[in-house]
Design a binder for this molecule. Structure first.
Ligand code: NAP
Length: 255
């Protein structure tokens, strides 16, 4: 399928997990993808290779988010990569996917000010400034998708810090959706539930079973389950959806 032929995208944190599946899916639909990573250069190159094997186009860009100069550094690589391949820095799709996650969480009593600042810097501050930096590059019909979590709709004290950062990210969706509507740019949130990103916790049978039981479908999501939703929101067919919170938890929030 080439429904997004000629488009360009930046998917943050696409060296692995949901970001990788999203990069692969978008590229399969004809998008030229900037595959962003922090440390996992080999994994990012593997994403690029996977895409190229399918006949798609991609390039890797490095930047550790949450550090001074992060956004500028990332966009230096993105703009250079886009110009080299298309002659223009136009960016049609921005997927804010990279995040710091503590799979087992932290008890509220144990959260330090440093951890608090770091989580917000990566999960909320960086996406804000990535959107701000992308604004001049986004054309009419541009797409921004922010990856939050079903955790913002559940009370899980050990995940309080993480959920707070994702709550802030959802505000980014709401207000930028209004701000960018006059330019025909949509901004939406996708909220995954438990998704097998290759983390070893998903290989521990008791844990995997417990996580699976949380979904109405009694299984953990594959990264592709979430990537398919992101790709739809990035497509022209989703032009009438903006400011939305799309529950991609496999019915985890149904209770
Ligand atoms: P993951 O497999 O842990 O991968 C994280 C990605 O983000 C990697 O590409 C990593 O790059 C990058 N990253 C992490 N910290 C970074 C930083 N400081 N600067 C730049 N890049 C950084 O992630 P995932 O589980 O697929 O999660 C993707 C998104 O879905 C996240 O926003 C997460 O909150 C959300 N989510 C996931 C689940 C789940 O069950 N998996 C559930 C709900 C929501 P390197 O490889 O270079 O480190």
């Amino acid at each position: 399928m080439d429904r997004m032929n000629g488009k360009t995208a930046l998917v943050t944190g696409s060296s692995r997990g949901i970001g990788r599946a999203t990069a692969v899916k978008l590229a399969n639909e004809g998008v030229l993808v900037a595959v962003h990573y922090a440390e996992s250069r080999d994994a990012a190159e593997e994403t690029v290779t996977l895409i190229e094997k399918n006949g798609g186009r991609a390039f890797a860009v490095q930047a550790r988010l949450g550090t001074p100069g992060d956004v500028g550094e990332l966009f230096l690589g993105v703009e250079r990569g886009l110009r080299d391949r298309t002659g223009s820095p136009t960016l049609d799709i921005l997927v804010n996917n990279a995040a710091e996650v503590a799979p087992r969480g932290i008890a509220p009593e144990d959260v330090t000010p440093e951890q608090f600042d770091r989580s917000f810097a990566v999960n909320a501050k960086a996406p804000f400034f990535l959107v701000q930096r992308a604004l001049p590059l986004l054309p009419e019909g541009g797409r921004i998708v922010n990856i939050s979590s079903g955790m913002t709709r559940l009370a899980v004290p050990r995940q309080m810090l993480y959920a707070m950062t994702k709550g802030a990210l959802e505000q980014l969706t709401l207000h930028f959706a209004r701000h960018l509507a006059p330019r025909g740019i949509t901004v939406n949130t996708v909220a995954p539930g438990n998704t097998d990103n290759g983390n070893p916790v998903f290989r521990i049978p008791e844990v995997a079973e417990q996580l699976a039981q949380m979904s109405a479908f009694k299984r953990v999501a594959k990264t592709e389950d979430v990537a398919n939703v992101v790709a739809f929101l990035a497509s022209d067919e989703a032009a009438w959806i903006t400011g939305a919170y799309i529950d991609a938890t496999g019915g985890t929030l149904l209770g």
